[in-house]
Design a protein around this ligand. Sequence first.
Ligand code: ADP
Length: 334
Amino acid sequence: EDELSPYAAPAERDLETSLRPSDLSEFVGQHRVREQLELVLHGAMRRGNAPDHVLLSGPPGLGKTSLAMIIAKELNSQIRITSGPALERAGDLAAMLSNLVEGDVLFIDEIHRMARPAEEMLYLAMEDFRVDVVVGKGPGATSIPLDIAPFTLVGATTRSGALTGPLRDRFGFTAHMEFYSAEDLDRIVKRSAKILGVDLHDDGAIEIAGRSRGTPRIANRLLRRVRDFAEVRADGRVTEEVAKQALEVYDVDHLGLDRLDRAVLNALVRSFHGGPVGVSTLAVAVGEEPTTVEEVCEPYLVRAGMLARTPRGRVATPAAWHHLGLEPPAGDQL
Ligand code: ADP
């Protein structure tokens, strides 16, 4: 797995835990989402019931898991954590649901990857706080309805479009997480530097923040890589110059694009003449999973104005050609 990919490797997860904002006051940015969420939570608390189910949608590393934990904390509740891929059989979910205590928050990460039978069980649980447990097999099988404790489901997804309609409809509130501004990322790396004991200078922070693809997880990871460089090749201080040199070593360019981002742009521009090309063809060309290209690379390339998703496929914008040092063809596709 690529060190700088937004999907964290296990060892990186431990470090992330120490950098995780533990309440809303430490959670930087996302003002709209925060305001909306506060209303949902406080409204329910005033009425003394469990809040509506919440769906958090957005690219990896933007703080969905952190926010789910903060929601539980705000509600003074326990959080139970699982993920779509872990819920392969309906029985896995039934076990989780029947162990819930009233008011618990159940967090399901990558909820769009849940297997169908589990998903159907979840509908009833979300709506009526009930599960139907099937006992036995074949014609003798019976289904026993079981009451479960009222809970709040917090689902996270990198692809809200991949959710089935019935599942999406059962969430009372969907928060669309946005990429972070450079100012927000600047605050995040400074906070992380303090926790990790890194001597981060203002201009070094700006340099790292500006190359973090709008993503806190990447900002924190770049900070750790730049710290390594600063300690091994310099005197430990993270200045603008040190950050620049370090990020060059790690193949992160001035816009924050990494090797995979540039590979996608290169394939699109050089092999497919700027497109349109289908995402799976593009993924094969760069030797990656289509989901990685679609959920990790593309959202930021779109936001950076270099790639457009059209009904006929992916298209490179003139900015993409320029970023690769090429002239876009005359008579643009866009
Ligand atoms: P996701 O679940 O969306 O992939 P996470 O919640 O795991 O993202 O966030 C990854 C890391 O990024 C966290 O451990 C935390 O250090 C940092 N982070 C994310 N959002 C914020 C934020 N709003 N403020 C400060 N740090 C953040």
